[in-house]
Design a protein around this ligand. Structure first.
Ligand SMILES: Cc1cc2nc3c(=O)[nH]c(=O)nc-3n(C[C@H](O)[C@H](O)[C@H](O)COP(=O)(O)OP(=O)(O)OC[C@H]3O[C@@H](n4cnc5c(N)ncnc54)[C@H](O)[C@@H]3O)c2cc1C
Length: 638
């Protein structure tokens, strides 16, 4: 009989556990069921970007069906209400879920530390709905403030307080501060009328980072973003009108509580041992609770390091504990000894709005720009693992192209979109031209005789450098010449002259790279490598023809259009740095750039090919089985 593994919670931990079990189960007879109250996975680490209107809410929610579509994981959307661990059964309102192994992965929830009024009057940032609620509330505050005549009420509406200066609080106020600039513009409100406050009882912000990084973020928030930072300030109560602090009252229309975290409140109803104020579930080295077939992972569990200190409630901990526990369940099923769950934390990154971040990776502080890139990279890596290319593309689309709020000028331009079909005519024309060029070369005998040297103007025999060389001489008149040695740019007119009369003229562009004295890198390379002997020259010559035909066919069919366009740019670059590029072919260079922008997705094979390849990858990655044809392998992303 198959072993039933039940996972509750499809957060970072639950997903990792399910994917690991599916991937590693091989011939084990296991039934994996993943239950979550939502039908989507939330990228909790990016919630502040939704709350602060940097990205659409769709950027942080990923359909669970799409994550598990090529796996044997059974997905159930339901909320577990009762946990009967003695009888190996969980219950929702309507259903019961018996199991042989249980993984508790319900994550964390805000910790109000018993402070009065917080639950009722403060916003929290701990779920998809929370983030959308905050964003809509902030917009409402500005709308109301713009029409409010009463000065005190207006001031209250325009005061936003974030309680807690850990990474969640800092990221939240940072987003808000950036968004505020465009909100002020939109609602015709002076930025001076808006008060942004962050409060913490500790003497500094970001106490998980070193002092230098915390000070950098502090200075940026205060000086660049105009945030008031109140440290050493104890919060006593939240009311409908604001926040009661130790030495006074901050009148505010918005209080966001980001100061504490604990395990999911479900834990209070589960018969397992909990630790400390955060009530995280006590587990042994192997991730087991006191019930030997019940494991706890992620924010919910309390895995400790060699000094007995709990690992922080963060994504790395969630993924690694889940991975370790999934492996242990497989070991147990196979009758093997379970192993210690290994956790290795690599670092922390905190963004303060779009354009500033601090991070410490493996004990090293990174500069702001690198921290921003690292955050992108880490998210891309995670999404690649669970959704393949399409998740990464979707994430970058929201973060780079579809970013909301105030955009710098260049961003505004690059984020303007067009439908892919507008590029279809230029793709077909460009493809047709490459195919034509290749076919002409074949008819000219490029597969039979060496032609490349004369084509590149590098033959030693002057009369053969042009087919009708004897009839005219070539004179080059410079129009513009930029010479730096490393990079020379020449714009000239090439005239064909017969008896001192110009019979034809064409403009030409040539770029020389590393041209010092007699040394000119590209011609040198061509002469000494590509044309080193007839055999090698013939090889490259055939290669050029094959490339031209392949690029042509790929562009015509719209298959791997990006690669074909890149190769097209490459060939044009080769010509411009060797023979020079004549005016009648310049358009091909710019057209190749245009077709890189997904021109094959409309009326081209890329429409099917790219999703198919992604699906093959996803299926392989999640099952560790390579298959080319399987159910739903041609599914598109949408
Ligand atoms: C705003 C914010 C910013 C953060 N930034 C960072 C960061 O930059 N770096 C970092 O490492 N960490 C960050 N974290 C922490 C990180 O998000 C958590 O450590 C991580 O989400 C924990 O993963 P998890 O799987 O344990 O829980 P979660 O991701 O919380 O998943 C729990 C899942 O369980 C489901 N669930 C709960 N109860 C039930 C039930 N009874 N029945 C069915 N389903 C249930 C939920 O719907 C959810 O899908 C941040 C957190 C927040 C809120």
């Amino acid at each position: 009989m198959s072993k039933r593994v039940l996972i509750v919670g499809a957060g970072y931990a639950g997903i990792e556990a399910a994917i690991t079990l599916n991937k590693r189960k091989k011939k084990d007879d296991i039934e994996i069921t993943l239950v979550d109250k939502n039908d989507y996975h939330t990228l909790l680490t990016e919630l502040h970007e939704v709350a602060g209107n940097r990205v659409s809410e769709e950027a942080v929610r990923i359909s669970l069906r799409s994550i598990f579509k090529y796996t044997d994981v059974k997905l159930v959307m339901d909320e577990i209400k009762r946990f009967d661990l003695d009888n190996n059964t969980l219950y929702s309102e309507e259903k019961e879920y018996p199991y042989d192994y249980l993984i508790l992965a319900m994550g964390g929830s805000p910790n109000f530390f018993g402070i009065n009024g917080l639950k009722e009057h403060a916003f929290t940032l701990w779920s998809f709905d929370d983030a959308v609620r905050i964003r809509e509330h902030i917009k409402r505050c500005f709308t109301l403030a713009a029409q409010e005549k009463d000065e005190a009420k207006r001031k209250r509406l325009l005061t936003f307080v974030v309680a807690g200066a850990g990474f969640t609080g800092v990221e939240m106020i940072g987003e808000l501060a950036i968004w505020c600039k465009s909100l002020c513009k939109e609602y015709d409100i002076s930025r001076k009328d808006v008060r942004l406050v962050i409060v913490d009882m500790l003497p500094r912000i970001l106490n998980t980072l070193n002092e230098k990084n915390a000070a950098k973020a502090h200075a940026y928030m205060e000086k660049k973003l105009g945030v008031e930072i109140m440290l050493n300030t104890k919060i006593k109560e939240a009311t409908e009108d604001g926040l009661v602090i130790e030495n006074g009252f901050i009148e505010a229309g918005t209080v966001i509580w980001a100061a504490g975290v604990r395990s999911s409140e479900d834990v209070d109803r589960i018969d397992v041992e909990k630790l400390g104020g955060q009530k995280r579930v006590k587990v042994d080295d192997c991730g087991r609770t006191q019930h030997q077939n019940v494991y706890a992972v992620g924010d919910l569990s309390c895995v400790v390091d060699e000094n007995g200190k709990p690992y922080p409630a963060m994504v790395e901990n969630a993924i690694q504990t889940a991975h370790g526990v999934a492996e242990n369940i497989l070991r147990d099923i196979r009758g093997k000894e379970q192993e210690k769950v290994k956790v290795k934390m690599h670092g922390i990154m905190v963004s303060v709005g779009n354009y500033f971040a601090v991070s410490e990776i493996m004990g090293k502080s990174l500069p702001s720009w690198l921290s921003i890139l690292m955050k992108f990279f880490v998210n891309c890596h995670y999404l690649w693992e669970i959704t393949g290319f399409r998740g990464v593309a979707r994430y970058l689309y929201h973060e780079v192209l579809e970013r909301r709020q105030r955009k710098i000028l260049i961003e505004k331009h690059w984020s303007t979109r067009v439908q892919a079909w507008w590029l279809t005519p230029i793709r077909l024309f460009l493809g047709g031209m490459w195919l034509y060029e290749g076919i002409v070369k074949i008819t000219e005998g490029w597969f039979q005789d060496t032609k490349l040297a004369s084509f590149l103007g590098m033959t030693n025999d002057a009369s053969s450098s042009a087919t009708v060389a004897a009839a005219y001489i070539t004179r080059t008149d410079e129009i513009f010449n930029l010479k730096t040695g490393i990079f020379n740019f020449l714009l000239a007119t090439e005239n064909r002259v017969v008896d001192s009369t110009i019979v034809s003229a064409e403009n030409l562009v040539r770029i020389d790279l590393f041209n010092f004295g007699d040394f000119n890198l590209v011609p040198w390379f061509l002469r000494n490598v590509v044309l080193a002997n007839d055999g090698i020259a013939m090889f490259f010559q055939v290669l050029v023809v094959i490339m031209e035909i392949a690029i042509g066919l790929m562009l015509l069919g719209g298959a791997f259009t990006f690669l074909a366009s890149l190769a097209s740019v490459g060939l044009m670059m080769m010509f411009v740095t060797s023979t020079g590029l004549y005016e009648h072919t310049w358009w091909m260079f710019f057209a190749s750039f245009a077709t890189m922008a997904g021109a094959g997705r409309a009326f081209g094979l890329d429409y099917y090919l790219i999703p198919y390849l992604n699906n093959v990858w996803e299926s392989f990655w999640k099952n560790r089985k390579f298959r080319l044809c399987f159910k739903r392998s041609f599914d598109r992303y949408d």
